[in-house]
Design a protein around this ligand. Sequence first.
Ligand code: UD1
Ligand code: MG
Length: 460
Amino acid sequence: MQDLSRTETYSLGGVAAICFAILVNAWKSDGEPLFASLAISGIAFAFTYALIRWTGDVFIKRGYKGRDLSKKNAVEIPEAMGLVCALVYLLAVVNFLPFAFKHDIAEVTSAAIDKDRLLEALDIETGRFLHRFPLEKLASYGFAYGTLASVTILGILDDSFDMRWRHKFFIPAFAALPMLALYYVDFGVTHVVVPLPLREYLGDLVDLGGFYYLYMAAISIFCPNCINILAGVNGIEVGQSLVIALLIVLNDMLYILPTVNQPHPAAESHLFSVYLLLPFIGVSLALLKHNWFPAKVFVGDTYCYFAGMVFAVVGILGHFSKTLLLLFIPQIFNFIYSAPQLFAIVPCPRHRLPRFNARTGLLEPSVATFTEEKPLRPLVGEVLKLLDRVKLLRVQVSEEGRVTETTNFTILNLWLVWRGPLREDRLAIEILVMQTAVGLLGLLVRHKLALLLFTVDNRF
Ligand code: UD1
Ligand code: MG
């Protein structure tokens, strides 16, 4: 067990005490659930921070450990620490529910003891209405919880058995089934609004039917996997997830701020999203502190799946999955760019993370090599040469003109091709800044340019 320093103990204790006081106050004063959510997220941060430190050695003893491949002295550090985050997160969500439903709970219990509202004799003979609790609202939390708990279990399976990429690709879809089932029985909305230029041909709305479910399943598969393959540099898995989470919260704010005409029809779904994202931000900040360069722990596939699924859940159950995709542009690019290796058109090594040059201490693009025994198909070689010419890759060519090696197809390696060798933390910061800028641009396009394609922006 690794102890917290004295400063850390006092700071975490202070944060937890203040948050606890806010929580007690929120309960007594009938305050906004938002304050309770903030306070629970603060406690989740402090708890995760301490737990990561206390349990690190136990993880190593149980074999959950990994070697940091980009360090001179690659010591083994705890792996799969995302499990701690996911468990604290699930606990935080459950503890938030009484605050979210306080009014409904009070109404149901007071109705039960209010003599005037006792049920009529007729009701008793024909069957009673047992409750008037808004179960449909609670269902979203329940199914979100079920989906996130399932994906955590599957993440742990992956981290325990080190599954092959093509086997684990579809794993998140199984976890998403409960959520899709809820969507089917509760909303069932499979219509999308048609952009103005196409309305002449398709009408205002088009029903995608079953395809909409395929689309949502695809999002549930895509979000977790795309975070898992933009990985291998200290802090990048958690960093990108935090950027996405903050951008979604920013978008949510646009619907729930007092300046927006309330009640806004979309406000409730965006509040749901905020309530699920604040604790996520809390546990992720605690993990980032330990995973940032030089990493003291690894996050594991458990974290990547869990984080990606949090986004899929809020996007799907919050009805803004298309806006969500605008915040995944770097990940979408990385996924498409990776496709030739993911689908084995170009051989894919077990690790594609940038190569550490021990002499300079900097990261360089890692490469996949092709030998005479294992050559690249000539046509593929020609395409790679073309991509090299437009600076989307760097290839080595033999004297006979055969491609002998190429940089691996990830955005991290591509960034190093463009920028030259970088220190690990510098690479992570540059990628995160780029991601934030692209995400903000995405939101701007969503709300400003939406008017070119649709009659209104749904904020107004
Ligand atoms: C994915 C990537 C793989 C990349 C790996 C790095 C695909 C198809 N797979 O595989 O190319 O190499 O993530 O996470 O794109 N590690 C570090 N430094 C870090 C993070 C991880 O050295 O900052 C190493 C450690 O040895 C750690 C291991 O990567 O134990 C974790 O790899 P894992 O998450 O199991 O790889 P995959 O998700 O299968
Ligand atoms: Mg991984």
